[in-house]
Design a protein around this ligand. Structure first.
Ligand SMILES: *[C@@H]1O[C@H](CO)[C@@H](O)[C@H](O)[C@H]1NC(C)=O
Ligand SMILES: *[C@@H]1O[C@H](CO)[C@@H](O)[C@H](O)[C@H]1NC(C)=O
Ligand SMILES: *[C@@H]1O[C@H](CO)[C@@H](O)[C@H](O)[C@H]1NC(C)=O
Ligand SMILES: *[C@@H]1O[C@H](CO)[C@@H](O)[C@H](O)[C@H]1NC(C)=O
Length: 391
């Protein structure tokens, strides 16, 4: 109120002053009025055009300065209709509390070319927990021959999947779509034909169910295999600063799965502009779409690591694959003991980022599943299963 009155006064004085060419000798009250009006104009200015920098904030300290200390999301451009719609829908879904099902289940979604070599092992894993899981199989090139009763009749309609192309993401979405049809499914795990379980069912169930985050691998890689794959065509909706990378093997809560179903805006950006051969570079949507999307819309809702272990330490194009003779109690104990997640950038610096795996704020083993195993490893895994899964 005081400011407003001072401001009116100030304007009036300004008008009077600019109107009078020959200024009489200024008396003290006029000086004070001039000063007050200048200050008021500054304050009004600061109110209408909020300061962007913290320096300005300390000068115009009429408002709470703390909010300027963190980078806040100030939309610097007008959003398109599609973007506004997407953001409203996503925000509503994130705000909606999860529906409590009486019989919460985990959906195990297998993305495979054909038959699953570890069905017997999974059968052992699932046995005795029949009312707490559902299985979905997307076999992209040939009809699988199932040996376990938990897999028979669980094939969903599939389409061809080409490695590195958007058809991979489409298959993931197809699996999520089918799994969401069962309202009891609360958590959704994507697995490959070369994945094996590292713990017993109860451990996996409790790990995924009694937390409210999704385990989506996500990190910022300034190198050629990260931001080097970004295309400016993704602008303005996806800027390079938002671009993230991560392994495709996710596990996500229901809310996030619904967002993946609802999103067409960001999905389309990746479909069109993140593909092999884009702008002379290879971009793989399955490694970038979900990490980028969730980093943009719900960064604290994802763990930033995947619960599926894979060993890239050999530094080759493909991760290490374990043969039958590699599978020992010691190897499995080594993998299940890991409680730090590692990411390495692909530039010359090869910067390694190490983070503890925090489960509800407590440091815990990172991995529930592991890949890649050759089919011949099954006998050893079955033999060791009840031993290595005791913890
Ligand atoms: C994941 O990374 C984002 C961005 O770096 C961070 O804001 C978020 O807190 C991380 N998630 C967890 C669970 O720590
Ligand atoms: C998860 O739950 C904890 C409390 O159990 C809460 O503090 C936290 O904000 C929740 N996180 C998300 C992403 O909902
Ligand atoms: C298990 O980890 C120990 C300690 O890092 C290492 O010496 C050993 O070679 C590992 N064994 C296997 C089978 O990976
Ligand atoms: C399983 O663990 C027990 C006790 O640690 C050990 O005696 C047994 O030999 C182990 N079995 C296998 C197959 O490693």
């Amino acid at each position: 109120m005081k400011t407003a009155r001072a401001w009116q006064l100030g304007i009036k004085d300004m008008l009077i002053m600019s109107g009078s060419r020959q200024r009489p000798h200024l008396k003290r009250p006029i000086w004070i009025i001039v000063l007050v009006s200048l200050v008021s104009i500054c304050l009004i200015g600061a109110y209408i055009y909020p300061p962007r920098s913290s320096a300005a904030c300390y000068i115009f300290s009429s408002r709470d300065c703390s909010i300027y200390e963190q980078p806040i999301h100030v939309p610097s451009r007008e959003l398109t209709d599609d973007e506004t719609a997407a953001q409203v829908v996503i925000r509503e879904i994130l705000k909606t509390p999860p529906v409590h099902s009486k019989n919460p289940k985990i959906a195990f979604m297998f993305l495979t070319p054909g038959s699953l070599p570890f069905e017997k092992l999974w059968d052992r894993f699932f046995h005795g927990h029949e009312d707490r899981f559902t299985v979905y199989v997307h076999a992209s090139s040939e009809k699988p021959a199932h040996v376990s009763r938990y897999f028979i009749g669980r094939d969903i309609r599939s389409e061809k999947v080409i490695w590195g192309k958007i058809s991979m993401v489409d298959a993931e979405k197809r699996l999520l779509g089918h799994a969401l049809e069962d309202p009891n499914n609360q958590h959704f795990v994507l697995l490959s034909d070369s994945c094996v379980p590292l713990h017993n069912f109860d451990y996996v169930y409790n790990y995924l169910m009694f937390t409210n985050i999704s385990y989506i691998d996500c990190f910022e890689d300034p190198g050629p295999h990260g931001n080097g794959r970004y295309s400016d065509h993704m602008m303005p909706e996806v800027e390079v600063k938002d671009f993230r990378k991560g392994a495709q093997w996710f596990s996500m809560k229901r809310q996030h799965a619904i967002i993946v179903m609802a999103d067409s805006l960001y999905y389309t950006k990746f479909k069109l502009y993140c593909r092999p051969g884009m702008d002379g570079r290879n971009c793989y949507a399955d490694e970038h779409y979900l990490p980028t999307l969730f980093n943009m819309i719900d960064p604290t809702g994802i763990a930033n690591w995947s619960v599926t272990h894979v060993d890239w330490s050999e530094g080759k194009w493909h991760p290490k694959a374990y043969r039958g003779q590699d599978v020992s109690y010691e190897l499995l104990r080594n993998i299940t003991a890991i409680d730090m997640s590692y990411h390495v950038t692909s530039n010359e610096k090869k910067k390694m980022m190490i983070q503890p795996c925090l489960w509800n704020g407590v440091k815990r083993p990172c991995y529930l599943f592991a890949r890649k195993f050759y089919p011949e490893a099954q006998d050893n895994l079955l033999h060791l299963f009840s031993n290595y899964t005791t913890v």
